[in-house]
Ligand binder design. Sequence first.
Ligand SMILES: [Zn+2]
Length: 353
Amino acid sequence: MKKMSKQTRKTGSSVSAGISVSWKAIAGAFAILAATGMTVSAFSAQNVSGAKDSLSVVAAIFPAYDWAREVIGDNTETADLTLLLDSGVDLHSYQPTVDDILTISNCDVFIYVGGESDAWVTDALSQAANEDMQVIRLMDVLKDSVKEEELVEGMQAGDDHESDGDSEESAEETPEYDEHVWLSLKNAKILTDAIAQALEEADPDNAEAYSENAKVYMDKLTALDEEYQKAALAGERDTILFADRFPFRYLTDDYDLNYYAAFAGCSAETEASFETILFLAEKADELELPVILTIDGSDQTIAEAVINSTNAKDQKILSMNSMQSITAGDMEDGASYLSVMEENLEVLKEALS
Ligand SMILES: [Zn+2]
């Protein structure tokens, strides 16, 4: 009996399977690093010999990459910037490759979120060849303004606690912090400032330029933040509804907006229960919402089910981009943190109209 239930749980939980694969990949990468100890020392020797005198900056996620890009500005000859997650893999299921780990190991400035999804970073950093590396953990920069994930009425509780591999007791005691800190323009300003300070310290020769670029960019963030505030005040309503996961808590809190959603944060759940769909449909009717929201990467199944269960049945499905799977191609097409947040603002205006 015991054996069977264990087996069922193993096959039933894709998340736990994903995590074990990811750790295997990392372990494999370290094994290769250890086996080719030469490679690492060869890399470091290259750095020391001065073959490379530009500053190497690596960002794990797109928003941090884009903020660093703004701070570096025209100084692309003195600083080179790499985005780790540029293949469109959702950041919650990202697994570093051997190349990624080498890239991190040799960089001068490394920027990452520090949430549950990038727990692999700790191990990657312990292998770092560059002892003077500046590491920016965004959640540390924000300190007490990091929020815990919140379960609002109607939201389906995720089961991702269970699949952490922790004992259930300890998992319940640990608060789950919401790692989507970049979805607040106010946070973006604080984080850009922190990135600028790290770059100034790592590359004093260009400190003035970094500081100036950061100032110009932070003014743009402030201006867009004000646009959001205006839109929130001008809106017909103050509640939005996501028939989806909900990574936008930092944004809705910034402008005192209420929300309903199928799942908290980026819960591993993807299938909404009948109860959840009915709850969201009733709310959409009650509040006469014109828009049902989804996030990037949604197949809209839940949104369609919600609309079909409303009386009105005339809601529009719109998507807000949480920037969790921006690709190199998107960037070539000009995607930037600001451009995505501007598009999100237009969607928000319609949802509040
Ligand atoms: Zn997420």
